[in-house]
Design a protein around this ligand. Structure first.
Ligand SMILES: [Zn+2]
Length: 205
């Protein structure tokens, strides 16, 4: 069964007890895949795998419960995806606003703005295809800190380096110092929190 290749059970031994069930009536054929797992006692989980939504349910769950549960889980996944899409389009809208307000001479706009799991950087801009990536560490940041990073990356659409031209535009951002302090403080805290683990590694050597 090809579906096995993207199951999230890391050590399922012989693979017994995993059955790929038929899709339910009322949901798009082939998009929803229900997996009955004997390893699962109570909880139901759902996740996206390529074009499909995989719903994993306990093997003993009744057909009636399955019919009630699966559409609920599918709705949850779709709502999560919608929320993420919305926040990414909000990022793009925010960039548009920041450029209009502080750098009206820059008329170029990104083709895509997306959250990314990035530890090393706060953001990145690929001017070639005009995509901007924002570190998901900023998801809980104060608005001025997020704005500062968005503005920084947006300027890169026009100016790729950090030369005087870039700095002159960035300096128009009103809360640059405050934002910079937040970002530096966050990084310092991250480093400090990572320290014990690093020390542990050294001690174990
Ligand atoms: Zn930069």
């Amino acid at each position: 069964m090809s579906i096995d290749s993207f199951l999230d059970e890391p050590s399922r031994g012989t693979g017994q007890g995993l059955d790929v069930d038929a899709t339910l009536p009322g949901v798009n054929e082939g998009e929803i895949v229900v997996i009955r797992s004997t390893r699962r006692k109570k909880n139901v989980s759902a996740y996206r795998a390529g074009g499909r939504i995989i719903v994993s349910i306990p093997a003993r769950m009744s057909k009636a419960d399955e019919r009630a549960m699966v559409p609920e889980m599918v709705a949850k996944i779709r709502a999560q995806e919608a929320a993420q899409m919305m926040s990414q389009s909000e990022l793009a809208a925010r960039i548009d606003e920041l450029l209009r307000q502080f750098a009206p001479e820059i008329t170029i706009r990104p083709t895509e703005v997306a959250w990314r799991a990035m530890r090393e950087r706060w953001g990145s801009c690929t001017s070639l295809d005009r995509t901007i990536r924002i570190s998901d560490r900023l998801k809980g940041a104060p608005a001025h800190a997020l704005d500062f990073v968005l503005f920084h990356e947006a300027i890169h659409l026009e100016i790729s380096d950090h030369g005087p031209g870039f700095k002159a535009i960035l300096a128009r951002f009103p809360q640059a110092e405050l934002a910079g302090a937040y970002l530096d403080g966050y990084e310092a805290a991250e480093t400090a929190l990572a320290m014990p683990q690093e020390l542990k590694k050294l001690l174990n050597k």
